[in-house]
Design a protein. Sequence first.
Length: 431
Amino acid sequence: MDIMDKIAFSRWKDAAAASVVFVLSLAALFVNGLTFSTGDSVPYRYLPEAIWEHRAFSLDMFPHLDAPENYALVRDIHGNLVSKKPVSPALFEIPAFLIFRKIYQPFDAMERILMGKWTMSILAAFACAVLFLSLVRKVGFTIATMSGLGLVIFTPFWFTAMDCWTHPILALMNILSLYLIGKRGTMFWVLTGFLQGIAVTARLGAFPVFLVFAAFSFFMEGGSKKRWMNIVWFAVGAALPLIFLGLYNHAHFGSPFRSAFQGQSLNRIRFPFEGLAGFLFSPAKGLFLFSPILILFPLGAFRIRNLGFQAPIALIGIIAHILFWSCYADWWGGWGFGARYLAEITPFIIFINALTVKFILARFEKNWKKCLFVGFLILLLLLSFGNQIIGAFTWNGDYHAQFDKGWGDGKNWVWKAPFEPWWRWKIKASP
């Protein structure tokens, strides 16, 4: 077998392994029977039908939606009923809508919720497969596989593919962007810009990570002319989805730079100290408490130069995203298991975590040290997996019953977040 045959065989092997990771991740997502459904997702249950059958982004053809409890819907400047949330996630649901409409008659509320869960679960499973492909040549098959599957079984990311939320979309766009940057070249910069543009149209809170990729397109390689061309190609890729967002805003809210969220109070912006500590360590939302395996991530951050050129992009993206959301007064929100606002950068954290594990194992020359470290890893993995099992099979999923712990009073400190710590949750009642 010559060198080209070996390369081709290796690529086929990676693709086959990534397919297995995808299938197993999708199965894990559906083993978790909890369907996360709140009023925020109401527009996404009906927008696919409005877009496909009525060629419109308004929801006036569903008069029953015009009710006070549907707070995610507003009237635009023309008086039409439209989504308060970004509409681009609904475009990802159209294929599932076409399938579900043929399978289910009648096509009612529960089927619409299931349609969203299928869509987001598939996107989340794709993110797991791309994470595996991003790592397999760097850390080996075993660590890459555990990392790909670990995105859904060792972290609260397992709970983000509930109904049609934006987090699986953003997670997939982010890890795909990181993977494509590893390829380099003009076309890959265009694709990276396009993916990051989609992320911004799906959630404006993705803008900090967008800026990180834009900055690295300029600083990463080449001379002055090459750097300017890199960022130009990145901008070309990002232009199409951002133009779509601008045209939508102009049509419904009168300006490309105005959205349904325009004019929200700045009282919701705070210094990031409380939010930062809460995201990382609080009992109800702390990343390191819900996923102890991720405590290796800070070690990798200190050795970032030894982990390859993609690792600094992931690290700065993580820092930018966490600082941005830590400034939000409702950092503890998300109404889910763990810190839902960190879901889209969880693939970045696992990416650095996997590189850190590989780096530490390579540093140990004696087998007994490797055995101790592997034993420590297994303990962290079991703790992380156990935490997710608690959420999947014992949590009663009652978000609203926990609001009286301090919901909305603006005085929630990191150890008194409004949701009960996971170790106090009771067994889910049988239906």
